[in-house]
Design a protein around this ligand. Structure first.
Ligand SMILES: [Zn+2]
Length: 114
């Protein structure tokens, strides 16, 4: 299961940070592109399962799906693609290239304050 691998990576990175700071992490924000196929629920479930008994137990995962971006070949504008109207918002051209999808990123870890 793909989500399990992602969850394991996240747990490793977050645990590492927590150990460095000696504080308990209580939340984490991750983001990924829309084309990145990940099931939020499956990821949270996997994370919950493997973090049991670790410092990350009970940590809340927040997943943000970023829109797909494109670059207009005519005017060089970069924009978020709206698939119901996929034209450049600046010059209305439909001649554009899709930019690579954003990878999965760990944006932020929230730590418990004392
Ligand atoms: Zn344009």
């Amino acid at each position: 299961m793909h989500e399990m691998m992602v969850a394991e990576n996240l747990l490793a990175v977050i645990s590492d940070e927590a150990a460095k700071r000696k504080i308990k992490p209580i939340g984490a924000k991750i983001s990924c592109g829309k084309l990145y196929v990940i099931n939020d629920e499956a990821l949270c479930f996997a994370f919950e399962a493997i973090s049991e008994g670790t410092c990350c137990e009970g940590l809340k995962l927040e997943i943000e799906h970023k829109p797909i971006q494109a670059r207009c070949k005519k005017c060089d504008e970069t924009f978020n693609v709206d698939f119901s109207n996929p034209n450049c918002p600046k010059c209305e051209s439909s001649d554009f290239e899709l930019l690579p999808d954003e990878p999965l990123l760990l944006e932020e870890i929230e730590f418990q304050e004392d």
